[in-house]
Every structure is written in structure tokens, then in C-alpha cells.
Write a protein that binds this ligand. Structure first.
Ligand SMILES: [Zn+2]
Length: 248
């Protein structure tokens, strides 16, 4: 198999592997990981607080509505009580039976009971609002403590420095890579990209070591071996499909 400039392809592969290693070293950096973890943790906390505030606002609206309904109920009940009082004052011994009197007393008891129940509801609603407000205050205090304890600012500073160094190193490598791409033979590059797409994982250009392919560590088939007689010769491994070269 013909490769016009093997050294150039090997150089491209080396720089691409350097970029991969650089990406890996940043992703596995402890400061980077701590920063990412803290940021996502704080974001979740902020989302929770937002949900909680919205929830509280809705509860306040609901409670205000309930209080307004209860006020209307008081008004109606008071009117009914006044009417009932008026009716009783007009009753004489002669025109009411004992059954009718008992019925009236029962109605009064029921109204009185309803008023008590609704008064309790109102108190509970107010208590609920107070409880939610104190819950919200507690969460906000927790967030402030969290930010203080996690030293977000310090982490962010470290992250920014790390990111700056990373971007500078990456830019240097990319510039180097572009230089090699410019110098490369067009057909070499087509082959390199084709093999890379197929194998997916670098390295894709590997050395022949005795009779072994150093990509898959399997013995190179005799038919492929015969294509690798001289130093600088290349062939495709029929096991892992990498480019094997004969040489250092
Ligand atoms: Zn192989």
C-alpha cells in the first residue's frame, strides 16, 4: 500500500493524541470536577428555592381566597342568625310546637358549629403561611452557608486559571496540527480519515513488532506480512483494520 508521507501522518496522529490527552487531563482534574459538581449542586438548589417560592406564592393566593370565602360566609351566617333571632322573638307559646322549637335549636347549633370549624380553618391557613415562610428563610440561609463553605469563588478562580491554560495549550496544538495538515498529501489524508472513521479510536497507525500488529496484538497474516517486507512499507491489518507500518 502506498503512503507518500508516512512521517507526516504519524505527526498528525501524535498531535491528535496529544489533544485527546489534554482533554482527558482537564476532565479528570480534581479542581475542574469539584467546580462542575458544585455548580450543578448550586443550580439544583437555586431551582428548588425558585420552585419553593412559586409554591408559597400560590399558597398565599389560595389562602387569601379562602379567607375571602370565609368572610362572605360570616356575613351570610350573621344575617341568618339575626333573622332567626327575630323569628324567635315573634314566637308565642300558642303558635309553636315542641318539634318546631327543637328544629330551630338544632339549626342554631349547626350554624354555631360551622362558624367554629371555619374559624379553625382560617387559623390553620395563617399557620401554614407562617410555616412556609420560615421554611423559605431556612433554605435561603442554607444557600448562603453553602456558598460560604464550598468556597465557590476560590473554586471558580482555580477553574478559570485551568481553563485559560487549557485553551492556550489546545490552541498551540491545533496550530501545530493545521501545519501538518497543510503539508500532508491529499490521498494520504483521505486514507487517514477513512481508517480513523472505521477504527474510531487512536492510534490508527501502528508499528509492526516482529510478526505482531501493535494495534490489536495479533499475529499479522502471511498475506499482509508479504506487503511489509521493506522498512517504510504499509498495509492494513485484516484483524483491526489499522494501518501497520514496517519501521520505527
Ligand atoms: Zn491489528
Amino acid at each position: 500500500m502506498k503512503i507518500s508521507n508516512l512521517e507526516n501522518l504519524k505527526a498528525i496522529q501524535q498531535v491528535e493524541m496529544d489533544i485527546e490527552n489534554l482533554n482527558y487531563s482537564v476532565a479528570s482534574n480534581k479542581d475542574y470536577q469539584n467546580y462542575q459538581k458544585t455548580i450543578s449542586f448550586l443550580k439544583k438548589f437555586n431551582d428548588d428555592i425558585k420552585d419553593n417560592k412559586e409554591n408559597l406564592k400560590q399558597k398565599e393566593i389560595d389562602t387569601t381566597k379562602a379567607i375571602s370565602v370565609l368572610n362572605d360566609f360570616y356575613k351570610i351566617t350573621n344575617e341568618l342568625l339575626e333573622k332567626a333571632n327575630e323569628s324567635i322573638s315573634q314566637i308565642t307559646e300558642n303558635d309553636i310546637s315542641i318539634d318546631e322549637l327543637e328544629e330551630l335549636i338544632e339549626d342554631f347549633k349547626k350554624l354555631d358549629n360551622d362558624l367554629k370549624t371555619n374559624a379553625e380553618k382560617l387559623v390553620n391557613s395563617k399557620r401554614q403561611i407562617f410555616q412556609l415562610e420560615s421554611e423559605q428563610d431556612k433554605i435561603e440561609k442554607n444557600i448562603k452557608d453553602l456558598i460560604k463553605n464550598f468556597k465557590v469563588n476560590k473554586l471558580e478562580q482555580k477553574y478559570k486559571e485551568l481553563y485559560k491554560t487549557y485553551m492556550a495549550e489546545k490552541a498551540k496544538l491545533e496550530q501545530k496540527l493545521n501545519g501538518f495538515f497543510k503539508d500532508a498529501d491529499k490521498n494520504d489524508l483521505i486514507l487517514y480519515k477513512k481508517v480513523k472513521d472505521q477504527v474510531k479510536k487512536l492510534p490508527i497507525i501502528v508499528r509492526k513488532n516482529n510478526d505482531l500488529c501493535t494495534g490489536c496484538n495479533l499475529e499479522i497474516a502471511p498475506k499482509i506480512q508479504s506487503q511489509l517486507n521493506n522498512s517504510g512499507d504499509c498495509a492494513i491489518c485484516d484483524e483491526c483494520h489499522r494501518i501497520i507500518y514496517n519501521g520505527d
